[in-house]
Design a binder for this molecule. Structure first.
Ligand code: ZN
Length: 336
């Protein structure tokens, strides 16, 4: 039974027993509400084929503004800290996994948590991370996208669970549960069969002219996607060999100083093949993280929020001023 502290700053929290253990009532309501909303919405959309209504519901669903006011931890009166599990719920990380623009951000956040923080997290936070990982795998199973990302994350999770077996916060029963869950998720992914698109008579990539394919290839932001696309067809393979794609990747991910730093004494940029330069740069510096959507911290009211969703600012009359928060910074805010 959780301890209900009688503190002068707060009368203590109310807790409820759920199938997954004790949960704070406030947080449990929030989760329940989110799930209910999603289910009700799905049922409504299924029942009606009226396009306008679907649009209305989508607009309504997008109106929610998940946010957290990050308080000054040094202030005595406001010295309540938001736990990581609560932050993940209130920042709508579950919804972000299903959102193509926020997916990469959550993946990076989970990767950092699993690699660097997992063994020191509280039991509730560990469960929250596992729940998000499960959701991510389910989303991959459903959409057949980002398979390698999910595989990489699960691999890291299994390594962390093995390494931290004798050195972790929480009981061994919970740790065994995590291991079991990670193995189940990995099996699930291993059994996933990617289905080819049925021949529906519509245009396929192979029907497009070279210029259109070039435009598509120019929008890929890493070499793996470029190489994999080249493996699909002989014509695309030949297009991928063109130097402009590798040149673009070098410009996108690296600076001129970085280019110069990987050149040998007798080499110059003009004579070195772009794929080779790119390979050296990736090896030394790694790829730049790219996020379509990020969490931002409002400078006026200290609110952490998703940029596209906005937030209810305390000072709406002032010009908006915010700084982007990387996944690592976000985790540090609630664990550091
Ligand atoms: Zn604000």
């Amino acid at each position: 039974m959780p301890f209900l502290g009688q503190d002068w700053r707060s009368p203590g929290e109310q807790w409820v027993r759920t199938s997954e253990g004790w949960e704070r009532l406030q947080l449990w309501r929030l989760k329940l509400f989110e799930n209910l909303n999603e289910n009700v919405l799905a049922r409504l959309l299924k029942l009606t084929a009226v396009e306008d209504l679907i649009k209305q519901k989508e607009i309504k669903a997008n109106r929610s503004q998940p946010h957290i006011v990050v308080t000054n931890r040094m202030s005595r009166e406001k010295n309540f800290q938001i736990s990581l599990s609560e932050a993940l719920t209130r920042l709508d990380m579950c919804g972000a996994i299903k959102d193509i623009r926020r997916f990469n951000y959550v993946c990076k956040l989970l990767e950092f948590l699993v690699k660097r923080k997992f063994t020191n997290l509280s039991g509730a936070a560990q469960k929250a991370v596992l729940t998000l990982t499960e959701l991510l795998v389910n989303n991959v199973m459903k959409t057949n996208n980002h398979l390698s990302t999910a595989q990489k994350l699960l691999k890291e999770l299994i390594i962390t669970l093995e390494r931290g077996y004798y050195d972790h916060v929480g009981g061994s029963l919970l740790w065994h549960k995590h291991q079991h869950m990670a193995e189940c998720l990995q099996n699930k992914l291993n059994n996933l069969e990617l289905k080819e698109r049925m021949d529906d008579g519509k245009i396929q990539m192979s029907d497009l002219p070279d210029d259109c394919i070039r435009e598509i290839l120019l929008r890929l932001n890493n070499h793996q996607d470029l190489v994999n696309t080249g493996l699909t067809e002989v014509r695309t393979f030949q297009l991928v060999q063109e130097k402009q794609f590798w040149h673009n990747l070098c410009i996108f991910h690296f600076t001129n100083e970085q280019w110069s730093s990987v050149l040998k004494r007798d080499e110059c940029i003009d004579t070195l093949p772009w794929p080779l330069l790119y390979k050296r740069l990736v090896k030394r510096y790694g790829l730049r993280d790219v996020f379509a959507e990020m969490l931002h911290l409002c400078k006026h009211c200290n609110t952490l929020y998703w940029k596209d969703h906005g937030h209810p600012c305390f000072l709406p009359d002032l010009d908006p001023k915010s700084i982007p928060i990387s996944p690592v910074m976000c985790v540090e805010l609630f664990t550091g």
